[in-house]
Design a binder for this molecule. Structure first.
Ligand code: FAD
Length: 485
């Protein structure tokens, strides 16, 4: 849709002064009693008032440029302002295959909303773009049911997708819509990748992901669960059976933890902790069903500074509340809050829920009792040195500052690595840095002629929206290649 500038009569000054219309959020005490989403959805009239704050920046608008998917946000907001909600939903759908998910989990503060002209203006609060996107998409589902859209006639070409996370889902849908037959293999029992087996339900309800998978199945995409390519079937075998293969294998192996005592009972890796805390039994890998929810004690320490750390903190607070313990969860980070990479909004939510923070703090070792249970953690104070390769100041230990604190639960949220399996088991597939697949960022082409790749498995841990962007680029190139066969 092209914007018709001539017909727009906008009093930009009045809009710049219009106050933000926030979406209701549950009180912290209430939200600690469950693992469900904490924000309400806009009421239609309030959504129109909020969208009418948009001053319709000239093309290309900064919000659109900052969106990894290039969503035409000004047009969508203009349509919302006019009450054309379903049309606005379709504007988001033009560029995003999973707007119901991006609207909930994108760190809008550093993408679209972070570049909204309003953010630096008189009212100083950006338009609530994510919440408006969620409103129109949920309304569309309520009114129209699961939107199927168009699928081109069958081309007779077959594509295998490895990995059913955001990258795999996006590539599968784009290729199916072009008329190719698509089969998606995933190591997990349910499709969704980290949307199911990482991001907690209080940020993204699992139902929303399941609904998306239902849509993809209804389009004719076949999902093959519990199948790890490289172990249960080789990539070479897929290359022989299919015309093209897309690998969206993510990077979700917990970073190795080398401290003394990490094997103690009560010390968790973030990956397993989040699955056990947040994933319903029906979707869990069989091996984790029996273990149930992870027991947390009265004093919990989470180590790390990213989104995963905050998700562990907030899950722990909910688990402590379930056990009727007083809330005592500390996020320990080796730099200061200024260097923290995670989303500010989620950190604020964690604070409201009772999280404590220990800056410039790192573990030295984990201390246990004779039964092998964690009883304490030796911590060391850090100071900030010269900037490192990431541009952030390097944390340097302060010798002699070691001290032991009492703790019965420790969660290590130290980041994720790729799984090197595909590279190790596939001759000619080039990888680098512990197993990331080497692929052209614009086309997703790998070192093998009929294999493409994108998402976290290529870039390293990043965002849902960037994984989708890479997958859509690869899908375009796959379609172009298959059309020329
Ligand atoms: C706890 C946590 C919270 C996060 N929060 C946010 C957030 O709020 N906002 C945001 O934008 N991003 C967030 N992220 C990052 C986001 O989830 C990822 O960037 C995104 O999921 C990457 O998508 P992907 O498809 O590349 O990989 P994944 O989602 O990891 O999916 C990869 C899939 O491939 C499968 N797979 C791997 N190897 C094989 C194999 N050999 N054979 C078959 N299947 C295989 C896996 O089982 C998995 O299902 C978070 C990540 C974590 C861990």
């Amino acid at each position: 849709m092209t914007r018709d500038w001539a017909s727009l009569e906008i009093d930009r000054k009045a809009r710049a002064h219009a106050p933000v219309q926030p979406v209701a959020k549950q009180a912290a005490d209430e939200r600690l009693t469950h693992f469900e989403e904490i924000y309400s959805v806009y009421d239609a009239e309030i959504a129109r008032i909020e969208a009418a704050r948009c001053i319709q920046c000239p093309d290309p608008a900064p919000c659109q440029l900052a969106c990894p998917l290039g969503n035409d946000i000004p047009t969508a907001l203009r349509l919302i302002e006019e009450g054309q909600f379903l049309e606005a939903a379709n504007v988001f759908r033009q560029t995003s295959p999973i707007p119901e998910i991006c609207s909930r989990v994108c760190p809008q503060e550093r993408l679209c909303e972070g570049s909204c002209t309003h953010g630096g203006g008189v009212c100083n609060t950006p338009i609530q773009i994510g919440k408006l996107e969620k409103f129109v998409i949920e309304l569309q589902y309520a009114v129209e049911g699961i939107p199927l859209g168009q699928v081109a006639p069958d081309t007779g070409r077959r594509v295998a997708v490895i990995g059913a996370g955001p990258a795999g889902m996006a590539a599968a849908e784009a290729l199916r819509r072009e008329g190719h037959a698509v089969t998606v293999y995933d190591a997990n029992p349910h499709p969704g990748g980290l949307l199911i087996y990482g991001i907690p339900a209080f940020k993204l309800s699992k139902d929303r992901v399941v609904r998306k998978i239902e849509q993809l199945s209804a389009l004719g995409i076949t999902f093959v669960p519990n199948t790890r390519v490289g172990r249960d079937i080789s990539l070479q075998a897929l290359c022989e059976q299919f015309d093209a293969v897309f690998a969206g294998v993510g990077a979700n192996v917990d970073a190795p933890a080398k401290w003394e005592g990490v094997e103690l009972d009560g010390v968790y890796q973030a990956g397993e902790f989040l699955i056990r805390a947040n994933v319903p039994d029906a979707l869990k890998p069989e091996a984790l069903v029996e273990d149930g929810k992870p027991p947390v004690g009265r004093r919990v320490f989470v180590f790390g500074g990213g989104d995963t750390a905050m998700d562990c903190v907030r899950s722990s607070l909910r688990l402590q509340r379930e056990q009727e313990y007083p809330l005592d969860v500390t996020c320990a980070y080796r730099r200061t809050e200024g260097e923290m990479p995670g989303c500010r909004v989620e950190r604020a939510n964690a604070r409201e829920e009772g999280a404590k923070f220990a800056w410039l703090t790192a573990p030295v070792r984990f201390v246990g009792d004779d039964a092998g249970r964690l009883t304490g953690i030796e911590l060391i104070q850090m100071t900030l040195g010269e900037p490192d390769a990431s541009g952030r100041r390097r944390p340097v230990p302060l010798e002699g500052s070691e001290h032991i604190v009492e703790a019965d639960t420790a969660i290590l949220a130290l980041g994720y690595w790729p799984d090197p399996l595909l590279g190790k088991t596939t001759e000619g597939l080039e990888t680098h840095d512990w197993g990331l697949i080497s692929a052209d960022p614009l086309t997703g082409r790998t070192s093998l002629p009929n294999v493409w790749a994108a998402g976290d498995g290529v870039t390293g841990p990043d965002l849902v929206s960037t994984a989708v962007r890479g997958a859509l680029r690869a899908a375009r190139d796959i379609h172009r290649t298959l059309s020329e066969l």
